[in-house]
Ligand binder design. Structure first.
Ligand code: NAG
Ligand code: NAG
Ligand code: NAG
Length: 320
């Protein structure tokens, strides 16, 4: 009876249980007026269930845009379509003719009685023609270190202002640093930007990287109307590897010094080795030392001068 309440709690599917059923890409992006595709996978057993694509910051009150009928037939509503593949246990959502307003939080969901399994997908809509500007897509730098991103552009855009912008939604991204339309380098705090109008490349540098710098950024070219740009996903790795190389170089002499006959000692942790040497020390003090002293005493007693025993010492039985 006392076990029942916790058991019931285990039976009520938690959010982690529900999100394990279905897996999505986490985020997706497409260019303005273009399209994007999202694929969500699901666990065996969920094939005949209805799958849907839902829009809204919160899952519990999101708006279903399109849903399957439990078959593999494609269903299309306006600019959004969905198709389930029950062999590969994956459903595909396509959003066409994207507008900036489509940038939002969406959910891949599976309908059932009770709480629906779901997974979040953040959708970003990039600037229109990405043919004008190309970037590395992603960049990575070490914590405390720096990273450099270079974006290229096609002829005709040399004199335009270039800028570096932060935020997953480019239409409301925060401009961090921008050129004046010249080749002059512009610095702002830990950031700098420089346009090379001969090679048609502009370069951004971020210094003294912090973990919080990890985000989606944009290489942008300013123009009348909608600006051109490409997203750059920035990740910040752990600090330099100088400290981590020390243990590896340190273990080399240890393994060469320790003979192969005692592999357990070399594979022990430093604490283990310290414990082992303290055990050895205790053995030395309490076992080996008394044994050694008693042996020494025995040797001295046997080799004692014979004349010294006269006058009180007990007669030696060995000599009799
Ligand atoms: C489902 O996926 C499998 C494997 O990727 C593929 O061979 C099959 O043609 C797909 N079915 C449909 C209806 O698209
Ligand atoms: C895309 O959307 C725009 C504006 O809503 C519309 O004028 C255009 O016809 C649409 N294009 C397609 C291919 O649906
Ligand atoms: C621009 O790039 C070209 C070719 O890489 C190089 O020769 C030139 O020095 C650069 N200009 C500036 C101002 O850095």
């Amino acid at each position: 009876m006392w076990l029942l309440p916790p058991l019931l709690l285990l039976l009520i599917p938690g959010s982690s249980d529900l999100s394990a059923v279905i897996m999505g890409p986490g985020e997706a992006s497409g260019p303005e007026r273009g399209s994007l595709t999202v694929q969500c996978r699901y666990d065996p057993g969920w094939e005949p269930y209805l799958k849907y694509w839902c829009q809204g910051a919160e899952f519990r009150n999101c708006r279903i845009l399109v849903g399957t009928t439990g078959s593999e037939q494609e269903v299309k509503e306006d600019r959004v379509s969905i198709r389930d593949n029950q062999t590969s246990r994956m459903f595909t959502v396509t959003m066409e003719n994207l507008t900036r307003e489509d940038a939002d939080t969406y959910w891949c969901g599976i309908e059932r009685i009770g709480a629906d399994p779901n997974v979040q997908v953040k959708v970003a809509v990039g600037p229109g023609s990405s043919a004008v500007i190309t970037g590395p897509g992603e960049a990575r730098g070490p914590e405390q270190g720096s990273l450099t991103v270079q974006c290229r552009y096609v002829p005709g855009w040399e004199k335009h202002v270039k800028y570096w912008c932060r935020g997953s939604d480019f239409s409301i991204c925060r401009i961090l640093v921008r050129t004046a339309g010249s080749e002059q380098e512009v610095k702002r705090n830990r950031l700098s930007i420089r346009d090379n109008q001969t090679s048609r490349v502009f370069t951004m540098t971020m210094e003294k990287l912090r973990r919080e710098d990890a985000d989606t950024y944009w290489c942008m070219i300013e123009r009348v109307g909608s600006d051109h740009g490409v997203p750059v996903k920035v990740t910040v790795g752990p600090a330099t590897t100088v400290l981590t190389t020390i243990p590896t170089t340190f273990t080399v002499p240890v393994t060469t010094e320790v003979p192969t006959s005692s592999p357990t000692v070399s594979s022990l942790h430093p604490e283990g080795r310290a414990l082992l040497s303290s055990v050895h020390f205790l053995l030395l003090v309490f076992l080996k030392l008394p044994v050694f002293l008693s042996m020494l005493g025995a040797v001295l007693w046997v080799n004692r001068p014979q004349g010294g025993s006269e006058g009180g010492g007990p007669p030696r039985s060995e000599n009799q």
